[in-house]
Write a protein that binds this ligand. Structure first.
Ligand SMILES: Nc1ncnc2c1ncn2[C@@H]1O[C@H](COP(=O)(O)OP(=O)(O)OP(=O)(O)O)[C@@H](O)[C@H]1O
Ligand SMILES: [Mg+2]
Length: 610
């Protein structure tokens, strides 16, 4: 057995035993048992065949009939056991598979989901490692583990059969066959290593192909049809997919040629061994028992050359290594800061959240979205943030929530740098409707209580936020009320309108606030609301946000003007800061934007006067 292969097998075996001990040990044991039984058949068959002429002739040296019957009985018993093991193996490998698939799922998703920031999810290096760990196209860890028992069993067969050949016939033949097998498997392993290298070099294309697949199936099926893009999508998907795998196939084709050659060499070695046995038998130097045992043993060595097993185990190993490296890759490229636990986050912010000379550009981009921005959000204050599209408002929210770190400058919560706070605890303090809020394909209740899962059973609060957000009317109309699943692909599920969804998101944020969150962020909460819903929101806004530090982002001045303070974000900084009246009097950017919108409303609603 090639030394490299031993390492691969041991690595995967250790993993299998760790995540699915019972199933793994049982499959391995059964496969090895099968191999041992196979050798027992070889030995017993040899004995039976060798004894037959004597038993028929009934000569003086002949085996007593009683002993012969025992031999036959033994052979039969081995056959029976041998034919039972595959069925048991099926069950054992199902058990192993269940454990392994669960462990792989956790092993890949956990390191990606655990970090409280999200930079790593936009890092192509991390995404590539993740793609390799998932191991499409036959590079799958579970498939490698599935082959492991057979590979191990074939090792046992190789060694055992070699011993039989050596003891029964000639050690040089045994040594030759083992040497050729090891050499060929080692070479086969090298070929697979190269294939894995090629595959690792192509994960980006494969990632893109999977993205397109999800786009068509899940993320944007409606838009694709409206714009007639489905044909384009299919072509792009097939194109990217093929491009991603073509180099792997090319490599496999080349490998196939070598594999044929390997097979040829193997055939020659086996042929030489069988001829040697035949010659010895012909010359009368090898008794029948030995001939009848050696020949099947030689054939068994031939079958023990398990190129497919080696390849699958090696491919599985590539996925295993990627999965093993994933947490370290993330930790290395996106280190989590060491946090001090001495701050009482549960009451933060008691005074204020202060952005201090905060600059930011997204990872991999040179464009500075925020530049030396100073901004203070006082506790118990409703602050509105306005600015043109792309000004950086949502980015500021992401920094506030700790999804990204400032490139330079600090965000201080009651004087403590956000970087020093336990981010998970801080994020529980922040209730937010982000601009692209989540629409869970779950019940209305779940969609709301996800704002603070620890208070999931709190029906009073649920009823309260339903009133405050205006979803009580919506829920009343739904076929199963609060239990209606908000996704049409589920039985009895419905889809909500954009504005209704927005109210659900609002209810979720309010649920979090009533559960004790100290910061409320509303990024475009009114964008999809009709005029009346907007008016209601505005009316309640100050009431909803009393007692928390709130930040509202909106392009609608009806919403903005109610805030205690308004800040204008432009060129990456706060350029204006004051109440609605103060900013109008200042006659700057805010006043300009306000007048433009007001004018439109006037000309839109009173065309006669215009
Ligand atoms: N994940 C990202 N990676 C790189 N650049 C990004 C990313 N998200 C946003 N940007 C860029 O950052 C800038 C600010 O975007 P942001 O979403 O903060 O604007 P905004 O003020 O919220 O705009 P809007 O009013 O349209 O919501 C834009 O130029 C945008 O292209
Ligand atoms: Mg935005």
């Amino acid at each position: 057995m090639g030394a490299v292969t031993v390492g691969w097998v041991l690595t995967l075996l250790r993993y299998g035993v760790r995540v699915a001990p019972g199933g793994t040990l049982l499959t391995m044991g059964l496969a090895v048992l099968g191999s041992v039984l196979g050798m027992a058949v070889t030995l017993l068959t040899g004995q039976v065949v060798g004894a037959v002429p004597g038993v028929i002739d009934g000569g003086p040296d002949a085996m007593p009939i009683g002993e012969f019957s025992w031999l036959l009985g033994g052979l039969l018993a081995v056959f029976v056991i041998d034919s039972l093991t595959p069925a048991l193996h099926q069950v054992a490998s199902l058990v192993m598979d269940a454990g392994v698939v669960r462990a792989i799922g956790t092993g890949i998703t956990q390191p990606l989901l655990e970090p409280r920031r999200i930079e790593h999810l936009e890092d192509s290096e991390v995404l590539d490692v993740q793609e390799r760990a998932k191991g499409q196209g036959g590079f799958h860890l579970a498939q490698g583990l599935g082959q492991l028992p057979w590979l191990i069993a074939s090792r046992v067969t190789l060694v055992g059969s070699a011993v039989i050949v050596g003891a029964m016939f000639a050690w040089w033949v045994a040594a030759m066959l083992v040497a050729v097998t090891i050499l060929l498997e080692w070479y086969g392993g090298r070929l697979i290593e190269r294939e894995v290298d090629v595959w690792w070099g192509n994960t980006e294309e494969q990632r893109r192909a999977h993205y397109l697949f999800n786009l068509g199936m899940r993320d944007a099926p409606k838009e694709l049809r409206v714009f007639g893009l489905h044909k384009w999508l299919v072509e792009r998907y097939v194109g990217d997919w093929t491009a991603g795998y073509r180099p792997v196939w090319a490599r496999r084709k080349r490998n196939a040629k070598w594999s044929l050659l390997i097979g040829g060499v193997h055939l020659i070695a086996n042929g030489v061994a069988i001829l040697a046995v035949g010659r010895a038998a012909y010359n009368g130097t090898l008794p029948l028992t030995q001939v009848a045992t050696t020949l099947p043993a030689i054939l068994a060595i031939g079958q023990a050359n398990n190129g497919y097993g080696v390849a699958q185990v090696r491919r599985g190993l590539s996925a295993y290594r990627a999965m093993r490296d994933l947490p370290a890759t993330i930790a290395e490229r996106h280190p989590e800061p060491v946090v001090s636990t001495k701050h009482r986050i549960e009451t933060m912010p008691a005074r204020e959240i202060r952005f201090e000379k905060v600059s930011f550009h997204y990872p991999g981009s040179d464009l500075a979205v925020l530049r030396d921005l100073d901004l203070t959000i006082r506790a118990h204050e409703a602050l509105a943030l306005v600015g043109v599209n792309g000004a950086g408002k949502s980015t500021l929210v992401k920094l506030l929530g700790g999804a990204y770190r400032p490139t330079s400058g600090r965000i201080l919560v009651d004087g403590v740098d956000l970087a020093d706070l336990d981010l998970a605890a801080w994020q529980r303090r922040v209730a937010a409707i982000v601009q692209d809020f989540l629409r869970f394909p779950l019940s209305v209740t779940d969609n709301v209580v996800f704002g603070a899962v620890e208070r999931a059973g709190d029906e009073l609060t649920l009823a309260r936020v339903a009133r405050e957000s205006g979803i009580d009317d919506v829920v009343r109309r739904l076929p199963k009320g609060w239990d209606t699943v908000l996704d049409k692909t589920f039985d009895g599920g419905v889809d909500l309108s954009g504005g209704e969804w927005q109210r659900v998101a609002l209810a979720r944020a309010l649920f979090a606030v009533h559960a004790g969150a100290g910061v409320l962020v509303l990024d475009e909460p009114a964008a999809a609301l009709d005029v009346r819903a907007e008016a209601e929101l505005v009316e309640r806004y100050l009431e909803l946000t009393s007692g928390v530090a709130s930040l509202i982002i909106s392009h609608r001045f009806s919403v903005v003007r109610n805030a205690d303070r308004i800040c204008v974000l432009s060129d990456g900084r706060i350029v204006e800061d004051g109440t609605h009246e103060e900013l109008l009097a200042h006659d700057g950017e805010y006043a300009g934007m306000f007048r433009l919108q007001a004018e439109r409303y006037v000309t839109g609603t009173e065309p006669v006067d215009a």
